[in-house]
Design a protein around this ligand. Structure first.
Ligand SMILES: Cc1cc2nc3c(=O)[nH]c(=O)nc-3n(C[C@H](O)[C@H](O)[C@H](O)COP(=O)(O)OP(=O)(O)OC[C@H]3O[C@@H](n4cnc5c(N)ncnc54)[C@H](O)[C@@H]3O)c2cc1C
Length: 383
């Protein structure tokens, strides 16, 4: 870690220890984080880390971004998700593919955290196979009319803008384009999904689009480029999810060690029992492995080298290891790990989704397998 990265980590951790960790269970129970904290994270620069200063970013590198995501994941994955979807998934697409006007319109607000953005790829019938998505965008004079439904969209009900992927051409990935759709446009409706296992503090919604009119200038990138744009974004997003998982694991380690030192049974602290130490040793070792995989992928991005397979490996390993770590942490806490007075069960519930979204573990294995063998197991043409 460089001095700058270490300083950022210390400032971030001090803020999150003070403002997020003491309140995360309350937010989890009421299914909503405090919006004031999101605004404060914007002021502290969490949303703009890898963005140029001209848009209000700090021009930091991707390792710095991974450190920020780890700290957010250690504190509360719901908060991490709000930041990483808005600035990481949606914002980075606008930076990479947006026109001058699109960047001017959306990036300053996204970097400041005053505008939230979301990423609308998944549909009710197309999750792992987004290349087949059914939402349509039909040309109407100088506009497009978008109609369809998006599913499980993080931030949607809180966002001002969504990157919507819709079909402008024939079947398959090459018929998909991306659009910047203001969520207050006539014809847009969102519906919050409640009762999630984890990530309860962040809003996840369905988006309904009925003849939503956007000007042709709202298209992001070229017509037919939408699928590549989505994959570009998800590759980077996987590093962010992986980093968030490292944060979950670091939190599990810290809390498990503290509890094992404080709690006594048989007249000795739990930490003195070798079988308890064994669980803690596994969490500690897997945390280090996951962090190294995440940082390798982040460093490759910073060097401008190919990183997609490394991002998949980081996400695959870190997400599955986070579930193992959180499960072990519940075990270290015993019965107290099963109730929400202690953080172990929240880490486990939050970790569980990490193997599902931004490409399930099976999809990561297919991507890694394709890179290793040169043979695609995907059925979608061109996926
Ligand atoms: C809390 C939450 C937040 C989310 N946020 C967003 C968001 O912001 N934007 C967005 O666009 N999406 C979002 N998603 C959607 C998420 O990315 C999808 O749920 C995910 O891609 C899986 O799709 P699915 O749920 O339709 O499962 P399916 O694709 O139906 O998969 C079900 C099972 O089948 C397996 N499977 C599918 N295809 C194959 C195959 N070819 N080979 C082997 N196994 C296969 C999967 O691995 C999985 O185990 C979110 C989901 C959740 C739960």
């Amino acid at each position: 870690m460089t001095t700058e990265q270490r300083t950022f980590m210390q400032v971030a951790r001090a803020f999150l220890d003070r403002e997020v960790i003491p309140r995360r269970m309350e937010w989890d129970r009421r299914e909503s984080v405090d919006r004031g904290v999101i605004a404060a994270l914007g002021e502290l620069g969490f949303f703009g880390i890898t963005f140029p200063q001209e848009y209000g970013g700090s021009g930091g590198d991707n390792v710095m971004y991974a450190i920020a995501m780890e700290e957010l994941g250690r504190a509360d994955s719901s908060v991490r998700g709000i930041v990483s979807v808005s600035s990481g998934l949606a914002g980075k697409i606008i930076l990479a593919f947006g026109t001058h006007e699109q960047k001017q319109q959306w990036l300053p607000g996204i970097c400041a955290g005053t505008t939230l953005a979301c990423f609308g790829l998944t549909e009710p019938d197309y999750g792992s196979d987004p290349g087949s998505l059914a939402t349509t965008a039909v040309r109407d004079g100088s506009d497009y009319l978008l109609t369809g439904q998006k599913m499980f969209i993080t931030n949607a009900s809180w966002s001002q803008v969504c990157v919507v992927f819709a079909r402008t051409g024939g079947p398959g990935p090459k018929g998909i384009s991306a659009f910047l759709v203001p969520l207050d446009a006539p014809g847009v409706r969102t519906r919050e999904i409640h009762g999630k296992l984890g990530l309860r503090g962040q809003v996840t919604s369905e988006i309904y689009l009925q003849d939503v009119r956007v000007p042709a200038e709202a298209m992001l990138g070229e017509e037919g480029q939408g699928f590549s744009i989505a994959m570009y974004s998800l590759d980077k997003g996987r590093v962010s999810v992986g980093a968030g998982c490292v944060g979950i694991m670091a939190g599990c380690l810290e809390e498990s060690v503290r509890y094992a030192q404080e709690r006594t049974q048989f007249g000795r602290p739990l930490a003195a029992f070798q079988l308890v130490q064994s669980m803690i040793a596994d969490i500690s070792t897997e945390t280090d492995v996951a962090r190294m995989l995440v940082w390798r992928a982040a460093d490759l991005i910073d060097r401008g080298e190919p990183f997609g397979t490394e991002a998949s490996k980081a996400k695959l390993y870190a997400s599955e290891a986070a579930v193992r770590a959180a499960n072990q942490s519940v075990q270290v806490f015993g019965g107290y790990g099963y109730v929400d007075e202690y953080p172990a069960q929240k880490y486990l519930r939050d970790a569980r989704v990490m193997t599902l979204y931004e490409g399930t573990s099976q999809i990561q294995r297919l991507l890694i397998g394709r890179a290793e063998t040169g043979v695609s197991a995907f059925l979608s043409p061109g996926a």
